[in-house]
Design a protein around this ligand. Structure first.
Ligand code: A2P
Length: 333
């Protein structure tokens, strides 16, 4: 692959910083790298391949001469800048929800629907983190034994709400330990030693935006509007790496536990952690910093014998749930 002129938009954020790590670790051919953020961060320096690179304030002209822009600065910024990026002839890989469901914009998990990426017209969307982590655990089974219904509960880390939320979790925890009052700024409720329903707006049907993303994005990625998904999304006091408990019902029959393990072993990006003797299963602390999603607690569902499996997955929200998936999309191009 010829080296690319790369721009990172939102470079100082939780995902933005991981773009730098992933580009380095995957040895992505970078001809030049420009780091963009808001005015607040202009002049700050971030390290890439042993060099300190200054952060610049994002402007409409920031994308001139660039081949690839990795965006993670929120939906509003992505919408505002899309035109400037594509007019500059640069491909935008966007981590926000701005374009995920838009017709004509591919929504891609490289291990699952790589062919979609090629059909882009300037913008490719990176799916929601909970959706990516769920599908990395469901798709290896689905491609062999068709899945027709999923019931999923998430245990989502602070990282999904950005850098400030991670800092708030630490500060809120310290405040509890030191018996100090603490007023949440970023999160809607006290986060130390607590959990709450996902901090996105709740719609008329009683499901929040995160839950509806899991439903709609899964259907688009799998190109299957018939797949039924019942999600419950919860924010837990974990710094990074989401976990999910997933009940999977199959259209005809479920794979056996051993077949499921075999299907995972053959699938890139997934690692089985399923040690019943030691009660050792996927944990956010072991998924953090890992490129693979960890899958375990693979067991036949007692209530639907032969028709359903239950699993538990943990995946790094900042990596496979965001920066890694985006850079893998860039590799596909
Ligand atoms: P900054 O650090 O200067 O605020 P996170 O998801 O961790 O909250 O990070 C969001 C990223 O998006 C940060 O890099 C942030 O920069 C950047 N950002 C937020 N608003 C803007 C904006 N209006 N223009 C450019 N970058 C922005």
């Amino acid at each position: 692959m010829p080296a690319k002129h790369v721009v990172i938009a939102g470079a100082t954020g939780a995902v933005g910083r991981e773009f730098l790590t992933v580009l380095e670790k995957l040895d992505f051919p970078v001809a030049s790298l420009r780091l963009l953020a808001s005015k607040r961060s202009a002049g700050q320096k971030l390290r890439f391949r042993g060099e300190d690179i200054p952060v610049e304030e994002m402007s409409p002209t920031s994308f001139k001469g660039a081949d690839l822009a990795l965006f993670s600065a929120g939906s509003a910024v992505s919408k505002e800048y899309e035109k400037y990026v594509t007019d500059a002839g640069c491909v935008m890989i966007d981590n926000s929800s701005a374009f995920r469901l838009r017709e004509g914009t591919p929504l891609v998990i490289p291990e699952i629907n790589p062919e979609s990426a090629k059909k882009h017209s300037g913008v490719i969307a990176n799916p929601n983190c909970s959706t990516i982590i769920m599908l990395m655990a469901v798709f290896p089974l689905h491609r062999r034994y068709r899945v027709h219904r999923i019931v999923v509960s998430t245990y989502q880390a602070a990282s999904g709400a950005g850098w400030a939320a991670m800092e708030e979790l630490k500060e809120a925890t310290r405040a509890v330990l030191e018996n100090r009052p603490f007023v949440p700024q970023k999160m809607p409720f006290p986060y130390g030693f607590n959990l709450f329903s996902h901090n996105s707006a709740v719609g008329e049907n009683g499901y929040n935006e995160e839950e509806m993303k899991m439903v709609k994005e899964t259907r688009k990625i799998l190109n299957d509007n018939s797949i039924a998904i019942s999600p419950t999304c919860i924010r837990v006091p974990v710094l990074r790496a989401h976990a999910e408990s997933i009940h999977i019902e199959f259209a005809e029959k479920a794979p056996s536990e051993d077949e499921a393990r075999q299907l995972y072993a053959e699938f890139p990006g997934v690692r089985v952690v399923d040690d019943r003797a030691r009660n050792h299963f996927p944990m956010p602390i072991e998924a953090s910093g890992q490129f693979d999603c960890l899958v375990g607690r693979i067991r036949a569902d007692l209530s639907l014998p032969g028709r359903a499996l239950n699993i538990f997955v943990a995946g790094d929200q900042l990596l496979k749930g965001a920066a890694l998936n985006a850079v893998q999309i860039a590799q596909l191009l």
